[in-house]
Design a protein around this ligand. Structure first.
Ligand code: CP
Ligand code: NVA
Length: 305
């Protein structure tokens, strides 16, 4: 049987994703109660290829492998033959001979797909220019922990129609919630991704209207990794799209705020928003560890329970 990959949230069924969220919560509770005593990955290795910077993703995957009794290898194109032009497909075949799974953070989603097509071990998307599905596992897990089932609820995306926004669209499809997207003109998400989501996703231009009565509000940086030279232009385009405490006041009284982090205080969020009790971003960041443990366990061992 060929390996299962996790390149977008559409690679797993809705049932499998729902399982992962519950499994992440169970794994988290087990860790709290018993410590890191569950070690299903003894002698297993995860290769982690990072072509972009990372704090949360690297630490969560590396810690997940260590706590599960396995090992993680940090590989950067600066020190591997990938950076000297060895073909992606050759690298995938070589790593498949040695490691049990590969995690990749890169620019081109097509490059990630090329790697996965040649890999005989599971490949995990740890962020491309187009998607960040691992973050959404942690985000939906956090929302579920805070407020129960997300089915039929309403989330609002404010800001850039970027990789995170695309993964929120796929999450709305797969987890059955409604998503309102509020971007300045010219920064909408990709049309094909939006269209495939059908009626569960709507575009609203005015932030105040978008957040009205919503159960969850989220945003992300205005200039993603690789767009640094557009910073000034984007600051102008996104003026008026900052998430503030006053904007959150228009959402439901029990609304929560998520941000994948890193955050730029004073740009996409007010300087004090992360101190507001509605912001659950530290729990969200911590859940990367538990949700990804559930993911790797599922890809390597199948459902466990
Ligand atoms: N949210 C997220 O992926 O963070 P890092 O870039 O620090 O990994
Ligand atoms: N959209 C951001 C997410 C960082 C986790 C980026 O791609 O830089």
């Amino acid at each position: 049987m060929s390996a299962r990959h996790f390149l977008t949230l559409l690679d797993l069924s809705a049932d499998e994703l729902a399982y992962l969220i519950q499994r992440g919560i169970t794994i988290k509770n087990g860790l709290k109660t018993h410590g890191p005593t569950y070690t299903p990955f003894s002698n297993r290795t995860l290769a982690m290829i990072f072509e972009k910077s990372s704090t949360r993703t690297r630490v969560s995957f590396e810690t997940a492998m260590a706590q599960f009794g396995g090992h993680a290898l940090f590989l950067s194109p600066r020190d591997t033959q990938l950076g000297r032009g060895e073909p992606i497909g050759d690298t995938a075949r070589v790593l498949s001979e040695m490691v049990d799974a590969v995690m990749i953070r890169t620019f081109s989603h097509a490059g990630l797909e090329e790697f996965a097509a040649a890999s005989t071990v599971p490949v995990i998307n740890a962020l491309t220019d187009d998607y960040h599905p691992c973050q959404l596992l942690a985000d939906v897990m956090t929302w579920t922990e805070c407020r129960g089932s997300v089915k039929g609820k309403t989330a609002v995306w404010i800001g850039d129609g970027n990789n995170m926004c695309h993964s929120w669209i796929n999450a709305a499809r797969q987890f059955g919630f409604n998503l309102r997207i509020c971007c300045p003109e010219g920064y909408d998400p990709r049309h094909d991704i939006l269209e495939a989501a059908g009626e569960c996703v709507t575009l609203v231009r005015d932030p105040a209207e978008a957040v009205k009565g919503a159960d969850l509000v989220t945003t992300d940086v205005w200039a993603s990794m690789g767009q640094e030279e557009e910073q000034a232009k984007r600051e102008k385009a996104f003026a008026g799209f900052q998430v503030t405490e006053a904007l959150l006041d228009l959402a439901a009284p029990d609304a929560i705020f998520l941000h994948c982090l890193p955050a730029h205080r004073g740009e996409e969020i007010s300087t004090t928003l992360l101190d507001d009790p509605r912001a659950v971003v530290w729990q969200e960041a911590g859940n990367r560890l538990h949700a990804q443990k559930a993911l790797i366990e599922f890809l390597l061992l199948g459902k466990v329970d």
